[in-house]
Structure formats: structure tokens, C-alpha cells
Design a binder for this molecule. Structure first.
Ligand SMILES: C[S@@+](CC[C@H](N)C(=O)[O-])C[C@H]1O[C@@H](n2cnc3c(N)ncnc32)[C@H](O)[C@@H]1O
Length: 204
């Protein structure tokens, strides 16, 4: 059963996390893709309905760990979360602030080789990556690798500031994915939409 909404344990990120995020954005704006961490409302929408049964979880692009904290608040155990982060600084800080979570400093394109959950795979992927600022070939590699790392029936959740899903129709057709917009979060800067992607059920 999922936790009731709104869950009580969610804390605002400390000012130090926001400052670190801003510094990383100044160093590498395209990699970080946002000037500030996501807000609590978006973190709730990204993890909506989740409970311990939705692990293990792979998180792509955790940054300062807003979604990581939300997953823990939903009842996912720390050892059921693996976070893949390209920035060495974010990765090192996350390993310190979220002990027990497996933090892997690497590019998300390597997700299918990195999964610590063995051949059984992950049940859910939470994607915080700036997909809109990536070349389509890179988005395709990340998506294809993610659906190798996910178990059958696994779900890939992402958010975007754009007006449509950042995974194009052509890419979804190629990978056999169906998309659903699950939330629009006006109370985020900037406002964001949440989508979930799943493998199409085979016909018959
Ligand atoms: C828009 S920020 C989101 C951070 C956090 N999830 C949040 O919502 O506040 C994007 C994050 O993805 C990371 N990132 C960008 N490209 C990446 C890649 N190819 N592989 C892994 N992490 C990446 C950035 O370093 C940054 O932490």
C-alpha cells in the first residue's frame, strides 16, 4: 500500500544544497540543466503512489538528492536505491548526505552495465536528467539502457519543463514504449510535467 498524501516527513532542502546546486550550474550549465533543485511538490509528484514494493529504484541525475529523500520518505529502503550521477561533486555530497544509498559517479548512458540489483533488475527508474538539453542519440542510449536495467513491467518516470514528453514519438515507437502524463506541477520553478514510460504490452 502506498503512503498517504501528503506525507509528513518531507523536508525542504537546506540552503547549502541550493547553493551547491547553483555553483554546479555555473560550472556546467548544460550538464546540470536547472539553476535550482526541484521543489517538494515535484518530488512528491515524481514519487506519487510509491511504496517499499516499488523498489529497487535506480535514480538518474539525483543532484542534491531531492527525489532521493522523497523515495526514502515513501518507505523505499536506502539499500534499495542506486543513484547514478555524472557530477563528481554531487555524487560525493549525496553519498555523505544519504548514507546507505548506493551512489555511482558515472554517466547515465552506462545504466545497463552499472545496475547493482543484478539480473532481476530494478522495478522503477526515477529520471532527473536534463533530457531536453541532450542530443537525441544520447537520450536514446539512456532510454534503451534503462529498459535493460528495468525488470519486465518496470516503470521509467521523468519530469520536463517542456510542453511535451522529451522522449519523441519516433523514439518511443522504436523502443516499444507507451507514455502517460501523470502530473502537472505548477508549484515548481519552473512548472513541470511528470511522465511515466512503460514497455508496450505484447498484443494477444
Ligand atoms: C536538472 S538536474 C536535477 C537534479 C535533481 N534530480 C533535482 O530534481 O533537483 C540534472 C542532474 O542530472 C545530472 N546529469 C546530467 N547529465 C547526466 C548524465 N549523462 N548522467 C548522469 N547524471 C547526469 C546533473 O549533474 C544533475 O545532477
Amino acid at each position: 500500500m502506498s503512503n498517504p498524501e501528503p506525507f509528513s516527513g518531507f523536508k525542504r532542502q537546506p540552503v547549502s544544497a541550493a547553493l551547491m546546486f547553483g555553483r554546479e550550474w555555473l560550472r556546467a550549465p548544460l550538464l546540470v540543466g536547472a539553476v535550482a533543485p526541484s521543489g517538494a511538490a515535484l518530488a512528491r509528484a515524481m514519487t506519487a503512489g510509491m511504496s517499499a514494493a516499488d523498489g529497487p529504484v535506480i535514480e538518474l541525475g539525483p543532484g542534491t538528492g531531492v527525489f532521493t529523500g522523497a523515495l526514502l520518505n515513501r518507505g523505499i529502503a536506502a539499500d534499495q536505491i542506486a543513484a547514478i550521477e555524472a557530477s563528481q561533486r554531487f555524487a560525493a555530497a549525496l553519498a555523505t548526505s544519504h548514507t546507505g544509498v548506493t551512489v555511482i559517479a558515472a554517466d547515465a548512458t552506462r545504466v545497463s552495465h552499472l545496475t547493482p540489483f543484478g539480473p532481476a533488475g530494478a522495478a522503477t527508474i526515477i529520471c532527473g536528467l536534463p533530457l531536453l538539453s541532450m542530443p537525441p542519440a544520447k537520450v536514446l542510449r539512456i532510454l534503451a539502457g534503462s529498459f535493460v536495467a528495468l525488470r519486465p513491467g518496470g516503470v521509467f518516470r521523468l519530469f520536463t519543463y517542456g510542453s511535451r514528453c522529451p522522449v519523441s514519438g519516433a523514439m518511443r515507437d522504436r523502443l516499444g514504449l507507451v507514455v502517460r502524463r501523470t502530473a502537472f506541477v505548477a508549484l515548481n520553478l519552473p512548472p513541470a510535467s511528470v511522465y511515466s514510460l512503460e514497455r508496450e504490452e505484447p498484443a494477444g
